[in-house]
Design a protein around this ligand. Structure first.
Ligand SMILES: [Ca+2]
Length: 662
C-alpha cells in the first residue's frame, strides 16, 4: 500500500524534476543568445501577436506580415496565448515546452500501470521516457508546436484504451489543433479502436474525423490563409520522390514496394530506427497492435527526403517517440502475460519476476542511451548537460560580450520596427514588426527604424561573405547612423547622425577582412557544431567514423589585391599520435586550377589532441581578379575541426580591404 502511495507521487516528482531542469536550461540558452529567429523568434512572435488580438500573425515566418495558418494549421496557439497574461515573455513558451514534454510521462505511467499491473514497471517506462536523449535534444532546440503534441498523443490514446470516449475526443481535438499532419494520428487511433478494441463506432468516427481534418486543413484552410487557393501543400515536396500527390505517393507505396525499400536502406535511416528501438529493447515489435501503431509515424519519418526528419533530430522526435513508448507497453504486455507459444518457457516464470526484470532492462537501456547521448548524471555524451562529466559551466556563464548585448537591447525602443540578426530576434519579438536581418535587398529597409547586429555571432541566413558585404554597405550608405557600437554589437538607427559610421567601419573592416569563420564557408562534407574552444563558439567539424572524405571548407572566391599574404588555419584533431595525413590545406584560385600554397598536416603535427593550433601558409597573390579560395580537405583519418581562417596582410589600407567585398 505504502509503495503504491509513494510511486504515485514519484511520477509527479520525476515530471517536476524534468520540467524544472529543462526550463532552466532553455531559458538560460535564450539569455545567452543561443536561440534563433526560426523557430524560437517566430513562435514567440505568433503567440504574442495572438495574445494581442492579432491572431496567428507574424513578420518572421514569411519575412512579411503573414498568418502562420498559411504555413501550418495550428489553432492551438489560441490556448497558449493566455499564458502570456501570466508571464509576458518568450521564456513562458520555453517553460510550457519543457513541462509539456515532461507531462507526457504521466499518461504513459497510467497506461503502463493499468495494462501491466505493475507500478514499478510503469514508473520504469516513464523514467525511460524522460531519459530519452532525442527528446532532450528536441527540448533544447528552440520552440516547436510538436512539443505540445507529445503529451496529447499519449493522453488521447490512454483515454481511448479506457473507453472514456468524451475525454478522448477532447484530447484528440486538441491534438488535431496542433498541426495539420496530426490527422494521421487520428487515423492511427481509429484503426486501433476498430481492429483491436472492436469499437467500430469510435474507430470509424476517428478515421472519418482524421480524413476530414486532413482534407480541410491541407486542401482548404492552409491555401486560404496563404492567399492562394490553387497552391499545393508545400511539405509534400519532401515525399516527391514517391509521387506528386497523396494518391500518387500511396500508389507508389503499394505497387512499387521494392523501389521504396531500396531507397530506405541507407545507413542514416537504419541508424534512426536503431536509435528508436534499441533503448526500448525492441519491445514495440513484440505486439501486433503496437507494431501497427508505429508504422504510420515511422513511414512519415523514413520516407521523407528532409534530413532532420529521417535522422529524427530537431523537433521531429517529439511526435515519433510517444508512439514507440505506447507500442512498447503493448510489447511488454505480451512478454509478461502473452499466451502465445513463441514465448515457450517464459510462460512459466512468475509474473512479478518478469515485470521486475523488464523494468531493469528498460531502466538500464534508458540510462545507457542517456549516458552516451543525453542529459544523464555523469553522462559522457553531451557537453551541454549540467549533469555530464564533460560539462563546462562556462558554457552557461554570462560573458562580458553577452552582457553588452543585453545592455544594447535596452537602447531599442519597444515598439520600433526592427530588423535583427538571427539570435537577437527572440529578444525583440514582443512588437508588431520584427524582421530577421537578411541584408539590403531582402529586409524592407525603407521602413525599418533599427537594425541590431552582432558581427561575432552566427549570421544565418547569410552565407560565405555576403553578410560582411551588406553590413559594410549599410555603414557606407549612411541612411542609417551608428547609434551604438561595442565589442561587435552594432545598433543602426534610421536618420541618426552618421558621424560614427566611418569610425565603426574602420574597426569592423579589419575583422571582416581578416576573419573567415570555418562554419560559414562552403563545404562538401562535415557539419557545423558548437565548440567552446572555438573563437565564436562555432566550428566546422567532420567525424572520422561518420563522414566521407572531402572539403571541410572551401571558398569564399573573393578577389584579393596582389601581394604577399599569410593565412592562418585554426585547426583541431582528436588524434595527435597518428602519422597519417589528417588534413590537407591549400590556397588556390581560378576554381582550384592555380594552387599558390599547400601542405599536408599529419596527426603528429598537433602538439596536443583536442586543442586548436594554428597552421600557416605564405603565398603571393599574382592576380587581383582570380576568386581566391582557402580550403581544408578532410582525409577521414581522424576527426577534424576548423574554427576559422585568418588572413594577414598588414600592408593593406582600409580602402583596399574594403575592395575585397565589392
Ligand atoms: Ca568559428
Amino acid at each position: 500500500m505504502r509503495t503504491k502511495f509513494f510511486s504515485s507521487y514519484l511520477i509527479y516528482i520525476l515530471i517536476a524534476i524534468y520540467g524544472v531542469t529543462f526550463s532552466l536550461i532553455t531559458t538560460r540558452n535564450l539569455d545567452l543568445f543561443n536561440l534563433h529567429a526560426k523557430d524560437m523568434g517566430q513562435f514567440d512572435n505568433i503567440v504574442w501577436n495572438t495574445s494581442q488580438g492579432r491572431l496567428f500573425m507574424s513578420t518572421i515566418t514569411e519575412f512579411c506580415w503573414a498568418s502562420w495558418l498559411g504555413r501550418h494549421f495550428s489553432p492551438i496557439f489560441l490556448f497558449i496565448a493566455p499564458f502570456y497574461y501570466i508571464w509576458n515573455s518568450a521564456k513562458m513558451l520555453l517553460v510550457i515546452k519543457s513541462f509539456s514534454i515532461a507531462l507526457a510521462a504521466l499518461p504513459l505511467y497510467w497506461l503502463a500501470r493499468d495494462k501491466l499491473k505493475s507500478t514499478f514497471l510503469a514508473l520504469s517506462f516513464s523514467a525511460a521516457f524522460l531519459m530519452a536523449p532525442k527528446l532532450h535534444n528536441a527540448n533544447i532546440f528552440d520552440f516547436n508546436v510538436e512539443a505540445l503534441e507529445t503529451p496529447l498523443i499519449i493522453f488521447a490514446f490512454y483515454y481511448l484504451t479506457k473507453r472514456k470516449f468524451a475525454i478522448y475526443g477532447v484530447f484528440l481535438t486538441l491534438l488535431l489543433f496542433c498541426k495539420e499532419d496530426a490527422f494521421l494520428y487520428s487515423l492511427i487511433f481509429g484503426v486501433y479502436a476498430f481492429l483491436f478494441q472492436k469499437e467500430r463506432k469510435t474507430g470509424l468516427l476517428s478515421i472519418g474525423a482524421g480524413l476530414l481534418w486532413g482534407f480541410l486543413t491541407i486542401k482548404m484552410f492552409i491555401p486560404y490563409f496563404r492567399g492562394d487557393i490553387e497552391l499545393s501543400y508545400r511539405f509534400l515536396e519532401r515525399y516527391s520522390w514517391l509521387g506528386n500527390s497523396f494518391a500518387g505517393i500511396i500508389k507508389t507505396l503499394l505497387f512499387h514496394p521494392f523501389y521504396v525499400v531500396e531507397n530506405l536502406l541507407d545507413p542514416l535511416r537504419i541508424r534512426s530506427l536503431g536509435a528508436l528501438l534499441l533503448p526500448l529493447a525492441f519491445l514495440p515489435l513484440f505486439s501486433l497492435g503496437g507494431f501497427i501503431l508505429i508504422i504510420p509515424v515511422t513511414l512519415e519519418m523514413l520516407l521523407s527526403s528532409f534530413r532532420p526528419q529521417f535522422a529524427i533530430v530537431a523537433h521531429y522526435p517529439q511526435v515519433v517517440i510517444p508512439f514507440y513508448f505506447i507500442a512498447s507497453v503493448f510489447g511488454a504486455y505480451n512478454l509478461i502475460y502473452g499466451k502465445s507459444r513463441i514465448w515457450g518457457k517464459l510462460r512459466k516464470v512468475r509474473i512479478s519476476r518478469k515485470a521486475i526484470s523488464l523494468s531493469l532492462v528498460l531502466l538500464l537501456a534508458g540510462y545507457t542511451n542517456c549516458y552516451f547521448f543525453g542529459y544523464a548524471p555523469r553522462a559522457k555524451g553531451t557537453p551541454y548537460s549540467p549533469l555530464s562529466r564533460g560539462f563546462k559551466l562556462r558554457r552557461y556563464r554570462m560573458t562580458p560580450h553577452i552582457k553588452t548585448g543585453h545592455k544594447f537591447l535596452k537602447l531599442i525602443s519597444p515598439d520600433a520596427l526592427t530588423s535583427a540578426q538571427c539570435c537577437m530576434v527572440p529578444h525583440l519579438t514582443h512588437r508588431r514588426h520584427i524582421y530577421l536581418y537578411r541584408g539590403n535587398r531582402a529586409t524592407p529597409l525603407e521602413t525599418v527604424e533599427y537594425i541590431f547586429l552582432d558581427i561575432y555571432n552566427e549570421c544565418r541566413p547569410f552565407f560565405c561573405g555576403s553578410y560582411e558585404e551588406d553590413v559594410l554597405n549599410l555603414l557606407q550608405e549612411k541612411k542609417y547612423g551608428v547609434l551604438a557600437y561595442e565589442d561587435g554589437w552594432l545598433i543602426l538607427k534610421k536618420g541618426h547622425s552618421s558621424e560614427l559610421n566611418e569610425k565603426v567601419f574602420s574597426k569592423i573592416i579589419d575583422h571582416f577582412f581578416g576573419v573567415l569563420e570555418g562554419e560559414s564557408l562552403y563545404r562538401t562534407v562535415g557539419t557545423n557544431m558548437e565548440d567552446l574552444e572555438a573563437f565564436n563558439k562555432m566550428a566546422r567539424f567532420a567525424d572520422s567514423s561518420k563522414h566521407e572524405t572531402g572539403h571541410l571548407i572551401f571558398g569564399p572566391y573573393r578577389n584579393y589585391p596582389q601581394g604577399e599574404y599569410r593565412v592562418d588555419y585554426r585547426l583541431k584533431t582528436n588524434d595527435n599520435k597518428t602519422l597519417e595525413v589528417v588534413a590537407h590545406i591549400d590556397v588556390c584560385a581560378n576554381r582550384g586550377e592555380t594552387v599558390f600554397a599547400e601542405r599536408d598536416i599529419r596527426g603528429i603535427d598537433f602538439l596536443k589532441k583536442r586543442e586548436y593550433q594554428i597552421f600557416s601558409l605564405n603565398f603571393y597573390n599574382t592576380d587581383s581578379n582570380n576568386g581566391l579560395e582557402f580550403r581544408a580537405f578532410f582525409t577521414g583519418k581522424a576527426d577534424l575541426w576548423v574554427d576559422r581562417i585568418i588572413v594577414n596582410a598588414p600592408w593593406l589600407t582600409a580602402e583596399e580591404k574594403y575592395s575585397v567585398f565589392n
